[in-house]
Design a protein around this ligand. Structure first.
Ligand code: SAM
Length: 203
């Protein structure tokens, strides 16, 4: 059969096949890069009344280790240390925010309880957490899901405004828009809580 096709035509066919494959590959890259599911997550701090409610919902105690994934200026772990004496770890992609969080922790007198690291929170070891807080887009929460579900029994996870696809929360709480008082022109918030099932191991 191939002997019936002149060499010039066969060359064109190979070239066309190559071009088709190349454009399919480029389209795949373009789609993956441009996917709104993986939009970069900017620094937008949780208002302090929301932070307080997240920590209450997680029932943070002195013996907890609170991990905030995408810790921004460090307010969640710093508040957990100040209010409850809990240890904390904050991870943020932005080294400048990590420096800011470290300076704030020093200022607030809790630098012996908390630590902040620059890096991609998707790749860090969070197995030491007993509480995880998230104010991250859903695509991030979805990618974290397998790691979150492997955390120790008794671990609580609280997410601000963005849930985890296909993982029904233990509790959902709606916060009113004027949470910080009549001067707060904020928007209503939703908090999601998950509890990792099983009997917590003794400290
Ligand atoms: C919406 S802010 C939340 C800040 C803080 N957790 C709070 O609730 O106030 C999200 C933060 O996540 C950081 N971030 C985005 N992608 C990240 C990633 N893959 N790993 C670690 N931090 C990330 C951003 O730099 C930003 O500071």
């Amino acid at each position: 059969m191939s002997r019936l096709i002149p060499p010039s035509v066969s060359k064109i066919m190979v070239r066309n096949q190559f071009l088709t494959l190349l454009s399919a590959f480029l389209l795949l890259i373009l789609f993956t890069k441009a996917s709104p599911q993986e939009q970069p997550i900017p620094f937008v701090p949780s208002p302090m009344p929301v932070v307080d409610r997240m920590l209450e919902l997680a029932e943070v105690k002195r013996d907890d280790v609170v991990y905030d994934l995408g810790s921004g200026d460090g307010r969640i772990v710093i508040q957990a240390a100040k209010k409850y004496g809990a240890k904390g770890v904050g991870i943020d992609l932005d080294p400048k925010l990590v420096e800011l969080a470290q300076a704030k922790a020093l200022e607030e007198g809790v630098s012996h309880l908390v630590e902040f690291h620059a890096g991609d929170a998707l790749t860090v070891d969070i197995s030491g957490a007993t509480v995880v807080t998230l104010y991250m887009f859903r695509w991030f929460n979805n990618q974290m899901r397998p790691k979150l579900q492997r955390l120790k029994p008794g671990t609580r996870i609280v997410a601000h405004d963005f849930d985890v696809e296909g993982w029904p929360p233990t509790k959902v709480e709606y916060l009113p828009e004027n949470l910080a008082g009549p001067d707060d022109f904020g928007q209503p918030r939703t908090l999601y809580l998950w509890k990792i099932e099983g009997r917590p191991s003794p400290p």
